[in-house]
Design a protein around this ligand. Structure first.
Ligand SMILES: O=C(O)CC1=CCC(=O)O1
Length: 92
């Protein structure tokens, strides 16, 4: 199943730059692994915001929840998920 997720990240103001940098590095590694596994199909930055749109190809809602809740930044994210179905006009 395909899902579109929008993730908005908000770190506490009290978080140190070093801790933030550590989260960014951990997130990059986790995200890269998901992409290599084919579970994250794409990810795009929302221009001007600390947010992304990303597309997941996973078995079901439960797997998506496991993937999303495994992000190191998960405690600092607001996530909106939209399940995707094939559009009848798609030529792919
Ligand atoms: O948008 C970000 O930078 C946070 C993030 C979530 C998944 C990812 O790869 O980065």
């Amino acid at each position: 199943m395909l899902y579109l997720a929008r993730m908005d990240v908000t770190f506490p103001e009290s978080m140190s730059p070093e801790t933030k940098a550590d989260f960014v590095a951990q997130e990059k590694e986790y995200s890269g692994n998901l992409q290599r596994e084919g579970k994250m199909v794409d990810i795009w930055r929302v221009v001007g915001e600390y947010a992304n749109y990303s597309v997941y190809d996973v078995a079901d809602h439960d797997e998506l929840h496991a993937v999303l809740s495994g992000f190191p930044m998960y405690p600092y994210m607001k996530i909106k998920v939209t399940p995707l179905a094939k559009h009848p006009n798609s030529i792919k």
